[in-house]
Ligand binder design. Structure first.
Ligand code: GLN
Length: 231
């Protein structure tokens, strides 16, 4: 064994879909992946003594990539749900989220989820927002590669509402303004984000849970949280 190999850190291959600010997105100047999830997984990598390598892919490609061994973990604002838990092992929840609706600013007909039957909806492909939309009667749900594309279609008038995660909608309104669109409705569901490992890799999920616990104890988690969401 060479000294070079001994010095090399193990690599943690991380899959994410980076169009989900403030959780994962590309910094415009540095082009680095940045956001709450990115800071968190780098801090977890440090705890584990691993080098974190981020790979970008479509949201609906993440679980297949984990199953085929192309990546070791997913961190991508991914909601823990029973359907996914059959295919992957989730860590303990690391963030509380939920779904809300974005409509055009001049829309007075849609005030909440109860007003969505019969409407044309949009969501990001493979997300809980898309799934919830499909459960509503008489709707069409168009699935886009990113929330940004769904918002564009909303502004263009092609759909009546976008169902998407509340913190991402909050950030979108904060950064793009409220001239054209607004957020309505109480969060439909309480959702919790988890980090996913391959189904049989419960060992890695347990290690990440331990690292998360350490980051919560030493204040690092709170620092990252405040950086992206304030106090
Ligand atoms: N939390 C939602 C889900 O898990 C959306 C995630 C995302 O678009 N990155 O389906």
């Amino acid at each position: 064994k060479s000294t070079e190999n001994q010095a090399k850190k193990p690599v943690l291959k991380v899959g994410t879909e980076p169009s989900f600010a403030p959780f994962e997105f590309q910094d415009e100047t540095s082009k680095d992946y940045t956001g709450f999830d990115m800071d968190l997984i780098r801090a977890i990598g440090k705890e584990l003594g691993s080098e974190v390598q981020i790979q970008s892919m479509g949201f609906d490609a993440l679980i297949p990539a984990l199953a085929s061994g192309n990546i070791d973990i997913i961190i991508s604002g991914m909601t823990i749900n029973p359907e996914r838990a059959q295919k992957v092992s989730f860590t303990k929840p690391y963030y509380q989220s939920g779904l809300t609706i974005i409509v055009r600013a001049d829309n007075t007909a849609i005030k909440g989820f109860e007003d969505l039957p019969g409407k044309r909806l949009a969501a990001q492909i493979g997300t809980t927002g898309a799934e919830e939309g499909k459960k509503i009667t008489d709707t069409t749900v168009r699935e886009f590669n990113s929330p940004a594309e769904a918002f564009m279609e909303l502004k263009a008038g092609g759909v009546d509402a976008v169902i998407n995660d509340r913190p991402v909608n909050d950030y979108y309104l904060k950064t793009s303004g409220t001239k054209d669109v607004k957020q309505v409705g109480n969060p439909l569901t309480a959702e919790e984000y988890g980090i996913a490992t391959a189904k049989n890799n419960t060992e890695l999920a347990a290690k990440i849970d331990k690292a998360l616990e350490a980051l919560k104890k030493n204040g690092e988690y709170d620092k990252i949280y405040e950086k992206w969401f304030g106090k």
